[in-house]
Design a protein around this ligand. Structure first.
Ligand code: ATP
Length: 444
């Protein structure tokens, strides 16, 4: 079994990630997240919020709606431009993204009369046609152009059309940023690679508004910040790189873009894009809404349409990168062990409490007491079922950094053992010291 297949298996078995609606045969490109998946996603989001929002000045949060009227996406350019080239096999009717097919991403492509053939059945392919990736719906009971609406393909537009609301309500000055975490939807032609390319996914986006003269400076700043964030959360340097876009490869709104890529099993691929979106979005929304979206510089008495620097990351792509980065196999007591070597601040379960198997009531009471104290502060898990070896193994497999064991000695001297996942070594410490111990170890 390949590493990614092992990971997919553990994710299902242990409750990180499930294929959505599996009992109905599943829906391609959609996944559901179990307890551990939600906890790990929350960790990623909190680490992003900490570095991008809370440790900075002048960055404000927003939560805008998922569904937006057609006008928004006419203004943003999505109706016109947000499309991928689609081709279909006339024989097996599989559909492909033409650019991905030509790069060999679906398998080897044979040519006939200089035209590519289906990588699955060598059948003839249709001509390319453009396919818009947005999900369309209608708001209200009448299906007509006026009620046409779209599930957002990125969280950014909700930030742009709220520009004035934030500027006025937060009474802020340039430069400032608006940040949003939330779901986005794209009707990808071929969702694949587990949670890498999905049709419903979560983004973490910052739109940072700056004076046009300072755009380059802030672009460099955010690129550096975001790159270092990945190193800080534990991704190794050899597994990430920056991909700089050439001018003719840029999206319609961008003046400069760099992707931060991870070394996925199929090669380096995008986790995050950092773009200089210029004043494209604010100008377009001003034009389409007839509302002036500008910043007034009191000192110079001039109106400015700010430039926007956008770091835009996908939560699930980072989640997949972390699962791949920290997946480990070793041997403990002559048995193969699989574990996720997450840094403690990323472990979905921060500490597991595993009482010694015993009928002794005092032992269970003590264990419950420790559990009740610690769950006030940490994400803890209580497990008193099965052999201690098997319980350790289960915690290792979900990446729990610390297992706390309560035994007979605990009843004598109020100490417990803490087992380190990576070394499997145990140390004995006083119960009163556990809180400080964990706080120290879980620091980011
Ligand atoms: P790709 O080229 O892989 O389709 P993109 O360049 O269209 O991605 P952006 O529009 O820059 O992606 O979106 C910002 C981020 O959102 C990406 O870096 C990625 O982490 C995430 N993202 C985009 N599309 C998907 C998807 N289909 N599934 C999961 N995450 C996605």
């Amino acid at each position: 079994m390949s590493k990614i297949e092992e990971i997919i298996k553990i994710c299902k078995q242990r409750g990180f990630i499930f294929q959505s609606a599996e009992i109905y045969g599943g829906l391609k490109g959609f996944y559901d997240f179990g307890h551990l998946g939600v906890l790990l996603k929350n960790k990623i989001k909190n680490l992003w919020l900490k570095e991008v929002v809370f440790k900075k000045d002048n960055i404000f949060l927003i939560e805008s709606s998922l569904i937006g009227q057609r006008k928004i996406y006419e203004a943003s350019g999505h109706i016109e431009n947000f499309q991928d080239p689609l081709i279909e096999c006339k024989n097996c009717h599989n559909r492909f993204r033409a650019d991905h097919l030509l790069k060999g991403e679906y398998g080897e492509v044979k040519l006939k009369n200089n035209k590519p053939l289906c990588p699955f059945c060598s059948g003839e392919l249709t001509e390319e046609r453009n396919f818009n990736l947005m999900f369309k719906t209608y708001v209200g009971p009448v299906e007509e152009l006026a009620s046409e609406a779209y599930l957002r393909p990125e969280t950014a537009q909700g930030i742009f059309y709220n520009f004035k609301n934030i500027l006025n309500s937060m009474r802020t000055k340039l430069p400032f940023g608006i940040a949003q975490i939330g779901k986005s939807f794209r009707n990808e032609i071929t969702p694949r690679n587990f949670i890498f390319r999905m049709r419903e996914f979560e983004q973490m986006e910052l739109e940072f508004f700056t004076h046009p003269n300072e755009a380059k400076k802030w672009y460099d700043f955010w690129l550096n910040e975001r790159y270092n964030w990945y190193l800080k959360i534990g991704i190794s340097k050899e597994n990430i790189r920056k991909k700089i876009y050439k001018k003719d490869e840029l999206a319609h709104y961008s003046d400069a873009t760099v992707d931060i890529e991870y070394n996925f099993p199929w090669g380096f691929d995008e986790m995050e894009g950092i773009a200089n979106r210029t004043n494209y979005d604010l100008s377009r929304h001003s034009h389409f809404s007839k509302e002036e979206l500008v910043y007034f510089d009191e000192e110079k008495k001039e109106k400015i349409i700010p430039f926007v620097i956008e770091p835009s990351a996908g939560v699930e792509r980072i989640l997949l990168a972390l699962l791949l980065e920290f997946y480990q196999e070793d041997e403990v007591n002559n048995e193969k062990r699989i574990f996720f070597k997450f840094p403690p601040f990323l472990s979905p379960i921060e500490a597991a409490i595993l009482p010694l198997l015993s009928n002794k009531k005092e032992l269970l009471n003590k264990s419950q007491e420790v559990y009740n104290i610690l769950k006030e502060k940490f994400i803890v898990y209580y497990d008193d079922k099965g052999s201690i070896g098997r319980r350790y193994r289960r915690q290792d497999e979900i990446g729990t950094s610390f297992c706390l064991t309560i035994d007979f000695q605990t009843l004598k001297d109020d100490t417990l053992t803490i087992r380190d996942r990576d070394t499997t070594k145990q140390e004995r410490i006083k119960i009163q010291e556990v809180e400080n111990y964990l706080t120290e170890k879980l620091k980011f």
